[in-house]
Design a protein around this ligand. Sequence first.
Ligand SMILES: C[S@@+](CC[C@H](N)C(=O)[O-])C[C@H]1O[C@@H](n2cnc3c(N)ncnc32)[C@H](O)[C@@H]1O
Length: 185
Amino acid sequence: MIESDSRIELEVGSGKGLFMIGAAAAAPDTLFIGLELAAKFAALAQKRLEEANVTNGRFFCCDAIEVMCRDIPAERLAAVHVYFPDPWWKARHKKRRVLNERMLVAIERALTPGGTLHFWTDVVDYYESTLELIAEVTKLQGPMFVEEPSSEHDMDYRTHFERRTRLNGLPVYRCKYIKPAELHG
Ligand SMILES: C[S@@+](CC[C@H](N)C(=O)[O-])C[C@H]1O[C@@H](n2cnc3c(N)ncnc32)[C@H](O)[C@@H]1O
């Protein structure tokens, strides 16, 4: 049963919901929140979650940057997951990337001490520039590199975009950060 002080994990840009449906089913005492800008994906993911009878998750259609900066209390999230964020390839569009300075500062603030940030992408430029930005604007510890999980079964992929990227034989860049305890208080 989910209580008001339950452990919470949040996914930014949850797409069609594959990660959260599996993660929520595997950790019934944790509340999972998916924030997704596209209404049709948020609705589809919510429908799939309900069809799977998973009750400890909820997808919302919203701008994750605004919600993270405005609505999430400090030190409330045990984990933030960002998988395959939109790359915004053109130089003049890069400021639209979801992992910008404002968002990274908000993520650091929202994480509990010991809380984790998970960032995976197939875009090496996004990966490298985000790792630089995290080092510049936060005190999160990392990057810790995450090994490629095995994928014997079609549902073994973490997200739809991970599945698509790996089936196309392309590399995925994965890392994890931890919020150190000394940032607390
Ligand atoms: C490339 S898709 C990846 C989806 C999923 N994470 C995956 O790996 O399969 C990026 C998703 O982020 C969503 N998105 C982009 N900007 C967002 C924002 N500011 N807030 C919430 N979702 C956002 C898009 O609508 C899209 O569904």
